[in-house]
Structure formats: structure tokens, C-alpha cells
Write a protein that binds this ligand. Structure first.
Ligand SMILES: Cc1cc2nc3c(=O)[nH]c(=O)nc-3n(C[C@H](O)[C@H](O)[C@H](O)COP(=O)(O)O)c2cc1C
Length: 182
């Protein structure tokens, strides 16, 4: 049994939900999982005390949460030594057209370049439009963006684009890596 840290940054909660689903899969494979929101970590997080680390972040205004970048930079040596994986949640990743989806992969790579992290696995995950949780301005902005992209502009409901099978497969693959490393 390995100890696995799954930590993330989130602004509207979808990355937390993705992290929880990954946690369920890793836990189901018999490992010990700790989930942590990097904006409010439970005391001092010590990634070095885990056998594997998964980090997630979402994209807002073209970049991932800064505090996730800081966490990765602070623990770079550990992350590059232990089995590790990074997932990035965005609306761009929800596009069907690979050309439209490409910027999500580019931003993911940019995050890794900027931090110097070399994770064993990466995944660009389609996120959600949570109109019900946005304030007036955010709702207006996101409605305009969605109008140009998916056309999902009915602000009386939320939209979720996350491919849960992909998320679960990614988590299962990570447990394979843990077994290989043990
Ligand atoms: C104000 C705002 C700005 C956003 N900017 C981007 C963006 O630049 N690119 C993108 O692909 N998605 C963008 N999104 C979509 C989010 O990445 C998506 O809603 C994701 O599910 C958010 O994850 P979170 O709930 O974990 O923060 C934006 C969303 C909001 C609300």
C-alpha cells in the first residue's frame, strides 16, 4: 500500500471534484489517499512523506493558479524524484476540434516549463461552466466566452464537460506507476 497525496488548486470547485474522483480510484486500488486544497492546506504539507503525488490546477484568464505553481516550485526536487502526475482543468480542453483544444495542452506544457517539473503523467481535463455559482460579472463574461465556443449560454443551469472515464483511467494508470516504483 502506498501513501498518495492528491493536491490541487481550484476556483469554482471542479478541480476538487476531479481530484476526489481520482482519490476514489486510487483508494479503491488499496492505497492511502490524502486530498489537499493547496490554498488551504491542512498544516504543513510534506510531499516528501508520500510515495506518489498528483497535482491539479484549473485555468482562469490563460493561466493556472499561482499558488499551485509556488507549491510545485517549493517541492520540485521531491516531485521530480517520486512518481508524480499533473492534471489541468479548463474549458478549452472541452472542445471537440483538436485544433481548438490545442491551447489547453500548450498551457499545461507552459506550466511545466515555468516550474521545471517533469511529471510521469499529464492530463488536460475538460471542466465545467457553473453559472449558478458565478457573480453577475463573471456570469456575463463566461456567457460571452461560451457563446463563441460551445453555445452553452443558458445561465439558468450549469454545464459539465468532464470525461469521467478519462479521469478514472488516468488515476488507474498512476497506480500502475506506483506498483512499478514499489
Ligand atoms: C473567470 C473565468 C475565467 C476562465 N478562463 C479560462 C481560460 O482562460 N481558458 C479556459 O480554457 N478556461 C477558462 N475558464 C474555465 C475554467 O477553467 C473552468 O470553468 C474550470 O472548470 C474551472 O475549474 P475550477 O472550478 O476547479 O476552478 C474560466 C472560467 C472562469 C470562471
Amino acid at each position: 500500500m502506498a501513501r498518495v497525496l492528491i493536491c490541487y488548486g481550484t476556483s469554482e470547485g471542479q478541480t476538487a471534484t476531479v481530484a476526489e474522483r481520482m482519490g476514489d480510484v486510487v483508494d479503491g486500488e488499496g492505497h492511502d489517499v490524502i486530498l489537499a486544497h493547496l490554498k488551504h492546506p491542512p498544516g504543513e504539507l510534506e510531499p516528501d512523506s508520500y510515495d506518489g503525488i498528483v497535482v491539479g490546477a484549473s485555468i482562469h484568464g490563460g493561466s493556472h493558479q499561482r499558488y499551485v505553481g509556488s507549491f510545485v516550485r517549493d517541492h520540485l526536487e521531491t516531485l521530480n524524484r517520486r512518481p508524480s502526475a499533473f492534471f489541468s482543468v479548463s474549458l478549452t480542453a472541452a472542445h471537440d476540434d483538436p485544433d481548438e483544444r490545442a491551447p489547453a495542452a500548450e498551457l499545461l506544457e507552459e506550466f511545466l516549463d515555468e516550474t521545471g517539473w517533469n511529471p510521469d503523467g499529464t492530463l488536460a481535463v475538460a471542466g465545467a461552466l457553473k453559472y449558478s455559482e458565478y457573480g453577475l460579472l463573471k456570469r456575463f463574461v463566461m456567457r460571452r466566452i461560451a457563446g463563441r465556443a460551445s453555445g452553452d449560454t443558458d445561465t439558468s443551469r450549469d454545464y459539465e464537460y468532464t470525461d469521467w472515464e478519462d479521469v478514472e483511467a488516468f488515476a488507474r494508470e498512476f497506480t500502475t506507476l506506483l506498483r512499478a516504483d514499489a
